[in-house]
Design a protein around this ligand. Structure first.
Ligand code: HEC
Ligand code: HEC
Length: 460
């Protein structure tokens, strides 16, 4: 138990002590004790309002969904107490050390100072309410020794612990970094003020361009802030209020209709009959002042969709068990695969996925990386690799594929599976269209793409 909680408990015990002292001085300790509110009174006055509040509890600071303080509250004081007690969340002899209080106090340990501050008031009210009520319950011999509640009647989160973990802010932020933040240089310099270096002469023109755009369109140009945390916070805050004149940046009701995704795949606004440029549209059909910066179904698009869909389903409480959770194991790299002159059996505009396997392993061994892209009219394919790293970036994997000999397996989306499910990986669903083995250096950047001639593939 961190020191902070011990300090807190002293504070929260204070009224009790003062009461006792007052009673002692007044010579009527008996009566004063009788004036201590009962567990039932405390429950009605302080816990029920938390239960009935339409607002989420302070847990939302870190748990975007899946668990809320309300989940632990039942309609009656007695049952709520027994439920907590039987789950080990109450310390009968040291009520101030009860684990439920520890969970409430968690928010104080957040490294995100702003989040800590935003939720401080709610957290403190919850803490004090629970501390007072638990203390009163623990002082009641009947409650202490009451028989256990039937397990089925206990209150608590309705989902698996794996789901609670998946919907934690730190995991969501980590996924945001891998799937969206990592792609931000495609939005340079227009939406990336923090990537513009005033001391770099090569950034002089981009800096001017960015300043002009901000003068014209306002602060909404600054989508990517200095940190992923701040970026995500602003995206979420900006998306909260429904508006008739624009889609949300993050659309939790329909993730594929998020402006963050639609703008960069949309054309510049057209012109009216007199030849004047139309204003950009923020509703379908969306247009984008920056023009097409990402192709529908390229690897960045896929990663954006992956994050948006997962985030939306998470905050809508759409996950119940581990089986519902997406793998979330894509780690972006700067390593680019280029296939020049794709075979004629890969028509222009077809969506292609390429899976990378170590050549010394059986062809059906799990891939270590993949990319996705659209064959250009000149029959070229380009895609930056995503490593497939179980456990995401926590696995300690460096986001680079080592040089070596690899088998490439190509899958073409003949059946338009990706229309219905843009994040699908085709190797689960069909046989490869083509294969080859390459010895690759896997250097970084588009300039140093690993080029493989299409003629090298053995097609089926
Ligand atoms: C500052 C962020 C933060 C806040 C606020 C927070 N939690 Fe957590 N919670 C975590 C982290 C991180 C973990 C995982 C680490 C761990 O197990 O200690 C976790 C784990 C959990 C777990 C998993 C099981 C367990 O006992 O470890 C539950 C249940 C839980 N929290 C409930 C809550 C509830 C209920 C609240 C609000 C009263 C809350 N949390 C507030 C960060 C937070
Ligand atoms: C060459 C400059 C340029 C690039 C690069 C660019 N955009 Fe834009 N973007 C604009 C301009 C100008 C606007 C304002 C006009 C509009 O709303 O279309 C805009 C608007 C937006 C908006 C609407 C913001 C709001 O709150 O109204 C989003 C979202 C967006 N862009 C996403 C992106 C993403 C994501 C990328 C990178 C993959 C990107 N853009 C690349 C120029 C650019």
């Amino acid at each position: 138990m961190p020191q902070r909680h011990a300090d807190r408990s002293v504070v929260s015990r204070l009224p009790h002590r003062i009461l006792l002292l007052a009673a002692f001085l007044g010579g009527g300790s008996w009566l004063a004790m009788a004036d201590e509110p009962s567990p039932l009174e405390l429950f009605e006055q302080r816990i029920v309002p938390i239960f009935k509040s339409p607002n989420p509890s302070s847990c939302v600071q870190c748990h975007l969904a899946s668990v809320d303080l309300k989940d632990y509250i039942l309609p009656s004081s007695r049952e709520t107490f027994l439920s907590l007690r039987d789950q080990g969340l109450i310390d009968l002899d040291h009520p101030e050390r009860s684990k439920i209080l520890h969970l409430i106090a968690m928010g104080e340990q957040d490294s995100d100072a702003l989040a800590r501050r935003i939720h401080a008031k709610t957290r403190q009210a919850e803490y004090e309410a629970f501390a007072a009520w638990i203390r009163a319950c623990c002082a009641d011999p009947n409650l202490r020794s009451a028989p256990a509640l039937e397990a089925a009647n206990r209150a608590g989160p309705r989902v698996d612990m794996t789901v609670i973990r998946h919907n934690r802010k730190d995991r969501i932020l980590d996924s945001f970094v891998r799937n969206i933040w990592s792609q931000r240089m495609r939005c340079f310099p227009c939406h990336t003020p923090a990537e513009i270096d005033p001391s770099n002469p090569a950034h002089e023109v981009p800096a001017r361009r960015h300043a002009e755009l901000v003068a014209q369109h306002g602060a909404r140009m600054n989508i990517f802030q200095a940190t992923p945390q701040e970026t995500l916070r602003r995206l979420v805050a900006n998306s909260r209020k429904p508006r008739a004149d624009r889609l949300p940046l993050i659309n939790v009701n329909d993730p594929l209709q998020s402006l963050l995704l639609l703008k960069p795949i949309s054309r510049v606004p057209g012109k009216d009959a007199e030849g004047n440029l139309l204003p950009p549209s923020h509703v379908p059909p969306v247009t984008h002042g920056g023009g097409i910066k990402m192709h529908k179904n390229d690897q960045s698009y896929k990663a954006f969709v992956q994050w948006l869909q997962d985030y939306a389903r998470g905050v809508q409480d759409g996950y119940r068990s581990a089986a519902d959770l997406p793998a979330d194991d894509w780690v972006p790299t700067e390593q680019v695969l280029r296939i020049a002159q794709t075979p004629v059996t890969w028509p222009a505009m077809s969506i292609v996925q390429v899976f990378v396997h170590p050549a010394d392993q059986p062809p059906d061994s799990p891939p270590v990386a993949f990319t996705q892209g659209v064959v250009t009219p000149r029959r070229m394919f380009n895609g930056a690799l995503f490593l497939i790293a179980p456990g995401g970036s926590d696995s300690g994997a460096t986001p680079r594929l080592a040089p070596g000999t690899y088998r490439l397996r190509v899958f073409i989306d003949h059946q338009h599976r990706l229309d219905a499910d843009p994040t699908a990986l085709l190797h689960h669903a069909q046989d490869p269209d083509a294969e080859t083995v390459i010895t690759a250096k896997w250097e970084e950047g588009f300039k140093h793409a690993e080029v493989v001639p299409g003629s090298q593939f053995s097609t089926r």
